[in-house]
Design a protein around this ligand. Structure first.
Ligand code: IFM
Length: 452
């Protein structure tokens, strides 16, 4: 493997404080399988997977990593990495099959065991309530486009917090509201597969509103763990200095970054995006923006790449630096530092975590090993970029790799592998890749430098 300075675990470890949080992340739908077991009902993604052509390789998540049955071995793998934290999500239709009405005790038993299993292994649980798998029962009542779903989410949040909250380190309301709103309701390439821009904007508003209301409800019930939200963010750059390119890049920054950051941290939607939306602007009731701006204990940032826009639209990543992952996303570690520093400059931030960062590559298992040098370099260089942001004063508290396991990569199906642990879907055998070994060595170096 080609080495560069950033890949030396010892040198990198010296750049972080000993209390920095290190983790790996997953989500329920992508790993659990057991989609029809112990009372779980359909989520919008189960239904979406059945639509011909929706999933690139025609796979589904019925089995995925079979984590529902293999969770103990998977938590052992997490422990062996030497991380302090594990980020996972609760499947709403597993614990409340229809998204309203009756709770499912067997569903809660699973998360009870999972959280206890983490604590027994000395791992801090970081729970996400909504990582996209809305109960289909709620979609049939209008889904996130309906204001009623906001209140159903608050009920769900309160029940999960009542049962599990005292054992968590952090609780996240939503993962990536942009993706749920825009890919799910504007481009329609994700569940529930709708193509209506006005609806997408209303969905985004309801996600944000439910976040603020849930925070208030959870604090009122005395929940003590840290509460926050996770956004997918990127620096959005202009293809040239031309004013038309710059204007388009600024608008796209508004759609991706400011549309979510401004209401959460300033209590308003950005004027330029509102203006451009025209009749598609969201219906906002009095008091909504104040609720959305309820203070967070933390902000999670999921970072994979930058975006570059010209007047004609997004620039193909292959025309940029030339280094791309299996998703076709450009490898641009410096963008993580740029993004975090910009957020720190433009907003008053709470604690910040990089809650997802990682890359898909077409890994091959050869003689029982996966030599994923490209992923190892990707992770090391992004940890280095995190250290640069920390040194610049960003209130960073942790970093988590996406993902622990190869898993169901949504509309791309099982073919795209993000794991630092390889999963053979035919046998369900797990094999830590070279990147997992590098991460473990880095975390050992972290411990050694903390002890020194
Ligand atoms: O797999 C997803 C995850 O569910 C949300 N963030 C991006 C990842 C890679 O596409």
């Amino acid at each position: 493997m080609e080495q560069d300075a950033s890949m030396d675990p010892q040198a990198l470890a010296r750049r972080f404080p000993s209390h920095f949080v290190w983790g790996v992340a997953t989500s329920a739908f992508q790993i659990e399988g057991a989609t029809h077991e112990d009372g779980r009902a359909d989520s919008i993604w189960d239904v979406f997977c059945r639509q011909p052509g929706a999933i690139a390789d025609a796979s589904n998540a019925d089995l995925a990593c079979d984590h529902y049955h293999r969770w103990q071995g998977d938590l052992d793998l997490v422990q062996q990495l030497g991380v302090s934290d594990y980020r996972f999500s609760v499947s709403w239709p597993r614990v409340q099959p229809l998204g309203h009405g009756a709770w499912n005790p067997k569903g809660f038993d699973f998360y009870d065991r999972l959280v206890d299993g983490l604590l027994q292994r000395g791992l801090a649980p970081n729970l996400t309530l909504n990582h996209w798998d809305l109960p289909q029962g709620l979609q049939e009542r209008g889904g996130w486009a309906s204001r009623d779903t906001v209140h159903r989410f608050v009920d769900y949040a309160a029940e999960v917090a009542r049962r599990l909250g005292s054992r968590l380190r952090t609780l996240t309301t939503h993962n990536e509201p942009f993706v749920q709103a825009v890919l799910g309701h504007e481009s329609g390439i994700f569940a529930p597969g709708i193509r209506q821009r006005g609806m997408a904007i209303q969905v985004a508003h309801h996600l944000l509103l439910s976040h603020g209301l849930a925070l208030r409800a959870l604090r009122a019930q005395g929940l003590e763990c840290d509460l926050g939200i996770v956004l997918n963010l990127s620096p959005v750059q202009s293809a040239s200095d031309d004013e038309v390119d710059r204007a388009r890049a600024r608008l796209e920054d508004g759609r991706l970054v400011r549309w979510f950051m401004d209401p959460l941290f300033r209590g308003c939607y950005p004027d330029d995006v509102l203006h451009e939306l025209g009749a598609d602007a969201p219906r906002v009731e009095q008091g909504d923006l104040g609720i959305i701006a309820t203070p967070n204990d933390f902000l999670g940032v999921n970072y994979y790449s930058r975006s570059v826009f010209g007047a004609a639209g997004a620039v193909d990543p292959r025309q940029l630096s030339g280094q791309i992952t299996d998703m076709g996303w450009e490898i641009y570690p410096r963008g993580l530092t740029e993004l975090l520093c910009r957020l720190h400059r433009d907003y008053t931030l709470p604690d910040v975590y990089v809650t997802e960062n990682g890359a898909a590559f077409p890994d091959q298992l050869v003689d029982g090993r996966v030599q994923d040098a490209a992923r190892t370099r990707y992770i090391a260089r992004h940890i280095e970029a995190t250290a640069d942001a920390l040194a610049a004063g960003v209130p960073l508290k942790g970093y988590m790799v996406w993902s622990l396991l190869d898993n169901f990569e949504w509309a791309s199906g099982l073919a795209k592998r993000f794991g630092i642990v390889h999963v053979d879907y035919a046998t369900q055998r797990r094999t830590p890749k070279a990147s997992a070994k590098w991460y473990r060595d880095f975390l050992l170096a972290m411990r050694a430098s903390a002890a020194a």
